[in-house]
Write a protein that binds this ligand. Structure first.
Ligand code: SAM
Length: 225
């Protein structure tokens, strides 16, 4: 497993930007605290990235959002805050304990009516959504087990429509995408997904590299053609 190594200066700049520009509300701040108190790992997106997700939901005019990887609901709350009245977010989480914390955080943020948390392996949940004939999703955020990133990308297309926006987190992974031996668990899955983004004719994509409290990483942004 790779070690993320943020520098003090990256963190200081991130804090500065978060305080000056991003302004996470008190429900988001509580979501981070309750997750730590419950012993969940601090692997949620940064406030800067969460706000980006919210803005992307708004910019794309999304009414239906699919999230793969809930944790304590931090990114869930950001995206649900970007949804219009009547909008819906379905989020997939493997661990019941994470889902319980997320449910409490989402309810605390006053967003329970917009958010459905589905517990189980995401690949099973995605299949179930298709079997149920779920309406197409307008926006998908992928942030779970990296081994399955390419499959999640394929599901995003199948459960989406032309024009669906897909964001995939952690696609640089401290540069392990250049050297998968650094993390043989996660890097191969990330590389496969990136190759698919570049080659699959159903997608048009790019990647932004980032630094900050989560180290050196990046997110991919793709549009379903
Ligand atoms: N998106 C969250 C945020 O920014 O607040 C962080 C998600 S965390 C990086 C990844 C989550 O995915 C964890 O809670 C983990 O339990 C969950 N997860 C891992 N493998 C999964 C799977 N196969 N199906 C569903 N969830 C999974």
């Amino acid at each position: 497993m790779i070690e993320h190594q943020p520098t003090a200066r990256w963190i200081a700049v991130e804090d500065f930007l978060s305080g000056v520009v991003v302004h996470p509300d008190s429900s988001l701040q509580r979501a981070v605290t309750t997750a730590l108190e419950a012993g969940l790992p601090p692997i949620e997106v940064t406030p800067n990235a969460g706000k980006l997700l919210k803005l992307l939901v708004q910019l794309s005019g999304a009414r239906r959002v699919l999230e793969i990887g809930t944790l304590a609901g931090f990114s869930t709350i950001w995206m649900a805050q970007g949804l219009p009245d009547g909008g819906k977010l379905v989020t997939c989480e493997f661990l019941p304990q994470h889902a319980d914390v997320a449910r409490a955080n989402v309810d605390d943020a006053g967003l329970g009516h917009k958010v459905e948390i589905r517990v189980g392996a995401a690949l099973d949940t995605l299949q179930a959504l298709q079997d149920e004939g779920a309406e197409p999703f307008d926006f998908v955020f992928i942030d779970a087990d990296k081994e399955n990133d390419a499959q999640y990308l394929d599901w995003s297309i199948r459960l989406g429509r032309p024009g669906t926006t897909v964001v995939m987190d952690n696609v640089v992974w401290e540069g392990a995408v250049l050297d998968p031996a650094l993390d043989t668990v996660n890097a191969p899955g990330i590389i496969s997904a990136l190759q698919m983004m570049g080659e699959d004719p159903r997608l048009d994509a790019t990647v932004i590299q980032t630094v900050g409290s989560k180290g050196w990483d990046g997110f991919a942004l793709a549009l379903v053609r």
